[in-house]
Write a protein that binds this ligand. Structure first.
Ligand code: AP5
Length: 197
């Protein structure tokens, strides 16, 4: 494990296209930093599996590769970040995904007297991402749905790159290398530029 982890901020957002490894890295970083990994995709899939009201509202949207509306996501995230385990920090995987969601996150943190330490963008070429999806067996990994998820990423989520760059929070890593190497790159990028004052 790298020696600089102690200086890395603990309120992080992971950005990246579908299958870029956000969930994988969120779990590793969460263990390393001692904070929870919070995946909005996993939370929604759980709601669908449980057949809750939220689950039935979002099921069709997810199967089509579209985004759940910002208001619903604000409720989900506000509630999750209010739990005790997220007080010391969190790795958010899959939220925010729109500029509106980024504003909501800023407000939620502001109300709690907190702020984001960094937004990490994991970049991977699209052909590699398609290959990774093959055989995973998730309902939204069928090729036409995956293409739609890429389109939605480009249209709705890519603007966040500029949003976080303007705020000097963006850290970018190339993610087309083995999982451990991606983690090392993220930790190095955070350590080099993502320190809390
Ligand atoms: P979500 O679950 O967030 O899907 P996604 O962003 O499309 O991301 P994935 O989970 O597919 O991939 P990932 O980047 O986490 O990669 P992973 O680590 O799994 O969202 C699903 C849906 O929920 C959305 O389409 C939307 O409908 C809804 N939703 C969720 N959040 C929302 C929000 N905020 N607003 C509105 N709607 C929302 O890795 C992928 C695969 O690659 C794995 O098999 C893994 O083992 C492998 N892999 C990972 N890293 C590597 C590596 N370095 N080398 C080789 N293989 C690797």
């Amino acid at each position: 494990m790298g020696g600089g982890d102690g200086r890395v901020g603990r309120r992080l957002v992971l950005l990246g296209p579908p299958n870029s490894g956000k969930g994988t890295q969120a779990e590793v970083l969460a263990r390393r930093l001692g904070v929870p990994a919070i995946s909005t995709g996993a939370m929604l899939r759980e709601a669908v599996a449980e057949g809750s009201g939220l689950g039935s509202r979002v099921d069709g949207i997810m199967k089509a590769g579209e985004l759940v509306d910002d208001e619903t996501m604000a409720e989900v995230v506000r509630e999750r970040l209010a739990r005790a385990d997220a007080r010391r920090g969190f790795i958010l995987d899959g939220y925010p995904r729109t500029v509106g969601q980024a504003g909501t996150l800023e407000r939620i943190l502001d109300e709690a007297g907190q702020r984001l330490d960094a937004a990490v963008l994991i970049s991977v070429p699209e052909e590699v991402l398609v290959d990774r999806a093959l055989g995973r067996g998730r309902a939204d990994d069928r090729e036409e749905v995956l293409r739609e998820r890429f389109r939605v990423f480009r249209e709705k989520t890519e603007p966040l790159i500029g949003y976080y760059r303007e705020r000097s929070l963006l850290r970018e890593v190339e993610g087309d290398v083995p999982i451990r190497q991606v983690t090392e790159r993220i930790v190095a990028a955070l350590d080099a530029g993502g320190r809390s004052e």
